[in-house]
Design a protein. Structure first.
Length: 335
């Protein structure tokens, strides 16, 4: 009997705590704006110091009130406040104080120590990866070539019935490079894992040859550390949860083109309509982030002209025909 009473008490307390917050109990709007502004201006300040600073300025808010505001705006940690500061600096050209410079330099040193990806503007670094989608009857195994601009998080994806160096190069040639050329931004570097579709001798490897033709640098993830390319891994999980899991239950696909059409529609919504919480997106969509930060790439772009892709088209036609090339070893058929 006593145990039952205690259990009901616990459930009752849990029920009270699980109630929705009451908006009228929140701090006033002008105080909340001041808390957010100070969090970005002084990212190293803790909640108690922020409360004291605002109190001295005539704005009365408790340390727990500051914490609540931070949670609502995704600023509760020093790292998140630095992300907000970096995004504001990159997009609004604000002048940094000495304290802000020290905080950003400290964060940069920590990133280098942990091996995090460094990116400065759209086109600075793209991440490419292969994702096994599944099997379609009559088609066989389906693989997806994924490309993500690490700054803006703009994503591109194309489906193939195989994975090899030729399709990895075709992804860049058909989707990625045309996108950057359309926006007059040059792609400088690509990050991939060490799979055979991305790594090999340039003389006999279509992907490496294409990178050389387009003058794109190539970085590889650390051996046995696939998390280095975690930006693609996270995108694949999002795509599996939000697109593929539902698509294969709603529709019976008979060919690759039908699935590609639905995938293109989802990618368009992802880039144009879905808010992203990435480091430089700060709640904006990937394409909005790309447009707002394009000037950063323009400022560092010395040459707007890139090599022509015509030579790759001719090369891909030659290598895809073993009789024309005379070398069966040029093709890389992957499982």
């Amino acid at each position: 009997m006593v145990i039952a009473i205690k259990l009901e008490s616990v459930i009752g307390i849990a029920g009270i705590r699980s109630k929705k917050p009451i908006p009228k109990n929140r701090v006033e709007e002008h105080i909340e704006e001041a808390v957010v502004a100070l969090a970005i201006e002084k990212p190293a300040y803790g909640q108690v110091r922020v409360a004291n600073e605002l109190t001295q300025g005539g704005l009365f808010v408790s340390a727990t009130g500051v914490r609540s505001v931070w949670l609502r705006h995704d600023l509760e940690t020093f790292r998140k406040r630095l992300k907000a500061l970096e995004a504001k600096v990159a997009q609004e050209h604000v002048i940094l104080t000495e304290e802000q410079v020290r905080a950003l330099e400290k964060a940069k040193e920590e990133k280098q120590a942990h091996g995090e990806i460094e990116t400065a503007h759209p086109g600075y670094l793209g991440a490419q990866d292969t994702y096994y989608v599944g099997t379609i009857k009559g088609v066989g195994r389906i693989y997806q070539q994924t490309f993500i601009d690490t700054y803006s998080k703009v994503a591109q994806a194309k489906l193939y019935d195989r994975k090899n160096a030729l399709v990895a190069a075709d992804m860049l040639n058909d989707r990625v490079i045309p996108f950057f050329e359309e926006h007059e931004v040059r792609l400088l570097r690509v990050l991939t894992d060490r799979g055979t579709e991305y790594c090999g001798h340039r003389e006999h490897h279509e992907y490496q040859l294409y990178l050389a033709v387009e003058d794109i640098d190539h970085s590889r993830t650390q051996a046995r550390h696939p998390q280095t390319n975690g930006i693609c891994e996270r995108f694949h999980r999002t795509m599996q949860d939000e697109f593929y899991s539902a698509a294969f239950r709603k529709k019976l696909y008979r060919d690759l083109e039908e699935l590609q059409a639905d995938l293109d529609q989802w990618i368009g919504e992802y880039n144009e309509s879905r808010p992203h919480s990435g480091k430089y997106c700060f709640g904006k969509t990937p394409m909005q982030t790309f447009r707002d930060s394009k000037h950063l790439a323009d400022e560092k772009m010395l040459d707007r002209f890139s090599p022509s892709r015509e030579c790759f088209s001719a090369f891909s036609e030659r290598t895809s025909d073993p009789q024309a090339s005379g070398q069966s070893g040029v093709q890389h058929n992957g499982a």
